[in-house]
Write a protein that binds this ligand. Structure first.
Ligand SMILES: Cc1cc2nc3c(=O)[nH]c(=O)nc-3n(C[C@H](O)[C@H](O)[C@H](O)COP(=O)(O)OP(=O)(O)OC[C@H]3O[C@@H](n4cnc5c(N)ncnc54)[C@H](O)[C@@H]3O)c2cc1C
Length: 390
């Protein structure tokens, strides 16, 4: 039986506890459907969006005024949702995460018209969203972005290419970042709501990765976006991207924690049932050391994740340092935990289709996207130096 003692921690309110219990139960009941694979990851993702949207779980990804379940984006609810879905089915977690990340900037900074137009359909799963920031030459170095937004009468013309875009080929709407040129570097970027039905938009490449996700390279050729699809003010793009990541980075840590908790449970199940040298594998003290490391890593990750989420929910305007710590620690630690779990399985651990084998592939990208581990270290160090200097 999985350890769920964390849910009693004082970071949570009763509404969080009942959300966690209801989602855990739903995942258990729908375990078979959550894992159905057709061999076409885009089709699988669309199916999961319908399933999760139909059950109401995307309501956690938008504010209540637009069909959501909490008044504003509630980071603890987002984290509990990702942790629980991550524990049960990584692609379902991905589908949920993208509905939130893809429209987070709209929820936080969008005009009323744009919020009304998109968020209710995101909440029901009738629309799929994506977050289009990265380019071939601008991943960690966001300010090197080249995709352009040129002001014209009544709107903007977008030209350029984005890559690594989750849901790039299946999204109905993207939060798009482009260079609008108010200033050099990061201060010359703007954020837009971009409907993918816009003329001039195309998918140029599908990208296969170690753990199948719908990833694509997408192209914009003279795409016209009306003025009310600008999010915030011209030149606000970098600030908007960072404010969105302030919320969603903790949730990447939460997904990693879900993977790690699942790996721990799988490993304990294996170690207590596998007989080695006349006794269960779990009787060996080196096995116990591995299990202790896993349990410790999970609790330490949970403390950092829910600290960051709680701080944001109670009104701390920026939680950049806390969210960076949560993401960095939880993703790096989950990688180690899953590796230890796989080791306890021996040869069976590397057999395709084994849960720990799948988790071993799933965890890797989380240490790279939404800011690689090294980027999080830079963020933490800068904040620490600034605070210490006063
Ligand atoms: C599965 C997956 C899904 C993704 N989904 C999306 C998406 O939906 N939308 C989107 O916009 N992007 C997405 N990305 C892109 C992701 O955000 C970038 O891959 C990431 O920002 C790193 O950029 P890069 O790949 O260009 O690597 P680079 O920027 O070239 O960095 C390479 C490596 O350099 C190191 N590094 C980086 N900065 C520093 C530093 N300051 N100091 C020391 N070392 C450093 C890190 O180890 C990093 O991994 C996704 C990526 C993956 C793998």
């Amino acid at each position: 039986m999985a350890d769920t003692s964390f849910i009693a921690w004082p970071f949570f309110e009763d509404s969080h506890r009942s959300h966690f219990e209801a989602l855990s139960l739903w995942c258990e009941t729908h375990a078979h459907d959550l894992h159905e694979e057709s061999g076409d990851v885009e089709a699988d993702c669309r199916r999961l969006v319908k399933m999760l949207g139909g059950a109401g779980w995307f309501r956690a990804a938008v504010p209540a005024a637009y069909g959501g379940s909490t008044e504003k984006l509630d980071v603890r609810t987002l984290c509990l949702t990702r942790m629980t879905l991550g524990y049960n089915a990584a692609l379902a977690d991905f589908a949920f995460a993208m509905q939130g990340l893809g429209t987070g900037a709209i929820s936080l900074f969008g005009s009323e018209a744009v919020k009304q137009a998109y968020l209710p359909k995101i909440a029901t799963g009738d629309m799929i969203s994506g977050f289009a920031l990265s380019e071939k030459e601008a991943g960690s170095d966001v300010a090197a972005m080249d995709t352009s937004a040129t002001k014209v009468d009544g709107g903007w013309i977008i030209n350029g290419e984005k890559t690594w875009i989750s849901n790039g080929a299946i999204a109905d709407v993207l939060t798009l970042f482009a260079r609008s040129g108010e200033a050099p570097g990061a201060k010359g970027l703007s954020a837009f709501v971009f409907p993918t039905a816009t003329a001039g938009f195309s998918v140029t490449e599908r990208i296969d990765v170690i753990a199948p996700h719908p990833l694509a390279t997408i192209r914009f050729e003279n795409c016209f976006i009306p003025d009310d699809h600008l999010i915030g003010e011209p030149g606000d793009g970098f600030r908007i991207a960072m404010a969105t990541l302030d919320i969603f980075r903790s949730t990447v840590g939460a997904a990693a924690l879900g993977f790690a908790r699942r790996a721990t449970d799988e490993a304990v199940g294996r170690a207590t049932s596998r007989q080695l040298f006349g006794a269960p594998l779990s009787d060996l003290q080196l096995t116990q050391a591995a299990i202790a490391d896993m349990a410790l890593g999970n609790d330490a990750s949970a403390l950092l994740i829910f600290r960051a989420a709680w701080a944001k929910d109670r009104g701390q305007p920026r939680v950049t340092r806390e969210a960076a710590m949560a993401k960095l620690y939880a993703t790096d630690t989950a990688q180690q935990t899953i590796d230890k779990a796989l080791q306890l399985f021996g040869g069976a651990g590397v057999v395709s289709g084994n849960t720990v084998e799948q988790l071993y592939r799933e965890i890797r990208a989380l240490r790279i996207y939404e800011g690689a581990s090294e980027v999080q270290k830079v963020v933490i160090a800068r904040a620490t130096i600034a605070e210490t200097k006063g």
